[in-house]
Design a binder for this molecule. Structure first.
Ligand code: NAP
Length: 282
């Protein structure tokens, strides 16, 4: 696994983490999903992304169960406050609830899930307070465009934004035009969510005889490994694929540690052109 500096935090985080949206919530599939998360941790995919929104808190509980007994300090646990729970006092309370559900003493990263309607200044102040209180090590945002980032930064007094977590996959490359360069310039990490486009992803992208499939064969990799490698090719970009089986996690872990050739990048550009577009959100 390759680790890269995570924004202004001064710490290194694995290029590939693990998402938890929609992990199976019961039965044998839940047991397998927990095994998959632990297998991912063994493979250094220790950036574990969750949110109070997922399963209305249930996913944080399940993640807490999956990581029980692991070395807490070796993990990088990220969660998010819902905009409807944002503001000053509400954000502090939401973080407490997330810590309880996850059964951990602190988060590594706490983000505002999307801008929403609560005054941003209050929420940014709350995030800084949570760092002062030792409840989270770093703070960030999600689904913020450049103008939102600029506004958020004007409210911060003691902390810097560690990251912006945004939608980024082969068919949604809008963030390449302004957001990723802005974040690179300002030392902010970009965390790409939904790298496989969830269910909406075109079959072409993972077909053996498509552009990505041909590149995969050339490098003796899989199409999904090519996709993860491509999305994280810039120094400030990370991604958090969600997988609920051990084989899927093991496959995804091979998405880094090797390099696509310029001709591969050109072939992907041709097959999945990068259009400038407003930031896609939930
Ligand atoms: P995703 O990671 O693009 O795709 C997940 C889907 O891909 C699942 O159906 C999974 O199947 C499948 N998959 C994963 N690895 C595979 C493999 N090697 N082979 C075959 N299928 C594979 O979608 P996502 O869950 O939307 O995004 C990832 C994470 O980003 C989320 O879980 C969440 O933590 C975060 N996120 C954040 C926001 C936000 O607003 N900040 C929004 C969306 C998502 P299995 O489950 O069967 O393995």
């Amino acid at each position: 696994m390759i680790f890269k500096q995570f924004g202004p935090t001064g710490i290194d985080v694995p290029v590939l983490g693990q998402g938890t949206w929609d992990i199976p919530e019961r039965g044998a599939r839940l047991d397998e999903a927990k095994r998959a998360i632990r297998r991912g941790v063994e493979l250094d995919m220790v950036h574990l992304d969750t949110a109070e929104m997922y399963g209305a808190g249930r996913v944080e509980e399940l993640l807490g169960q999956a990581i029980a007994g692991l070395d807490r300090d070796a993990l990088f646990i990220a969660s998010k406050v819902l905009p409807s729970n944002a503001g000053y006092a509400q954000t502090l309370a939401a973080c407490e609830r997330s810590l309880r559900r996850l059964n951990v003493e602190y988060l590594d990263l706490y983000m505002l899930h999307w801008p929403g309607n609560e005054p941003l200044e209050e929420t940014m102040r709350a995030l800084e307070t949570l760092v002062e209180q030792g409840k989270t090590r770093f703070i960030g945002v999600s689904n913020f465009d450049v103008d939102d980032l600029i506004e958020a930064q004007t409210y911060l007094r003691t902390q810097r934004l560690a990251c912006d977590q945004v939608l980024y996959h082969l068919q949604e490359r809008g963030v390449e035009h302004r957001l990723i360069p802005y974040c690179a310039q300002h030392g902010i990490a970009v965390v790409a969510y939904t790298p496989f486009g969830r269910g909406r992803f075109p079959r072409d992208a993972v077909k053996a005889d498509g552009a990505v499939g041909r590149i995969a064969a050339k490098h003796a990799r899989t199409p999904r490994q090519v996709i993860l490698n491509f999305l994280t090719r810039e120094p400030n970009v990370f991604t958090i694929p969600k997988a609920s089986t051990v084989p899927h996690v093991e496959e995804n872990a091979g998405g880094t540690g090797w390099t696509l050739d310029p001709s591969d990048l050109a072939a992907i550009d041709q097959a999945f052109p990068s259009h400038d577009a407003p930031l896609a959100s939930l």
